[in-house]
Design a protein around this ligand. Structure first.
Ligand SMILES: [Zn+2]
Length: 274
């Protein structure tokens, strides 16, 4: 570990750590390929994610009992592979992140698993304000068009281009057997955050929805987060506050907090799992 890397990491820590106390590794967060849900990130979106994911914590297997097994991203980099083309014929581009963990007795096995290439699949969570149709360019978060993703129009498969990333939430590691081709999965918001009015009550509800989703994610992973999101969708402020309290009780207040997290909440998430 170079001094430069150590300095970068120590910007995020409460006290200075030495190289021996830290474990670093890289993950691919996302790329510009059309994924299994017929969606892809635009180049601009990847640039935004590159900035937004710095400092974000990742969790492993969404398991509350391993809450101290967190990692934090301390650097990101966009890498272009000119040899490889995406389905749309562009050079393959991916967002690579460098993350660190503080070595503890509890995460010894986890570190061995990462070293051994067992934990490969990364799932990210972010908010995309624009979801454009690849055929006609219309922003599907604002209006609808007749094109259906996955279908071909004049020989080109319709897909959604995710753009205008307003926020990046957590990322997580999912254990998959090493031989399974590690795919990148993502979750993102289903609603445009750009069209919200931004009034005080509005902001409060957004904050509550985000907190509910986060607590659900901590307690039960991405499926729970998606379910909580749906549940919270039609609720007013008071109902949201009640739901958040229930989730706080479920998670056990403070106990399963992502310990490295210092980020403050910004945008409302309307999460959607894939
Ligand atoms: Zn269209």
């Amino acid at each position: 570990m170079t001094q430069e890397i150590l300095d970068k990491i120590n910007r995020f820590t409460r006290r200075e750590f030495t190289a021996d106390e830290l474990y670093t590794f890289s993950v691919i967060l996302c790329d510009n390929e059309i994924d299994r849900d017929n969606e892809r990130f635009s180049d601009g979106a990847l640039e935004q994610l590159k900035t937004l994911f710095v400092g974000k914590t990742g969790i492993f297997d969404h398991d509350a009992s391993t809450s101290n097994q967190n990692a934090r991203i301390f650097a990101t980099e966009l890498v272009t592979d000119e040899q490889r083309r995406t389905k749309t014929g562009e050079p393959y581009r991916y967002l690579k992140a460098s993350a660190y963990m503080v070595r503890t007795e509890e995460n010894k096995n986890l570190i061995a698993e990462i070293d051994g290439g067992i934990k490969k699949e990364v799932s990210i969570s972010c908010a995309a304000a624009k979801r454009c149709c690849s055929v006609c360019g219309c922003d599907k978060s604002l209006q609808s068009c007749s094109h259906i993703k996955g279908r071909s129009y004049n020989g080109a498969k319709c897909h959604i281009v995710l753009d205008d990333i307003t926020d990046a939430y957590e990322w997580s590691f999912v254990a998959v057997p090493a031989q399974v081709n590690a795919g990148v999965t993502k979750r993102f918001t289903d609603e445009s955050t750009a069209k919200s009015a931004g009034g005080t009550a509005d902001e409060n509800e957004r904050r509550l929805r985000r907190e509910i989703r986060r607590l659900a994610f901590v307690s039960g992973g991405k499926n729970a987060a998606a379910a909580a999101e749906l549940m919270a969708r039609g609720m007013n402020g008071a109902q949201l506050a009640g739901l958040m309290k229930s989730f706080e009780r479920l998670v056990g207040h403070g106990k399963t907090e992502v310990q490295l997290s210092t980020e403050t909440e910004a945008e409302q998430p309307s999460q959607y799992k894939l």
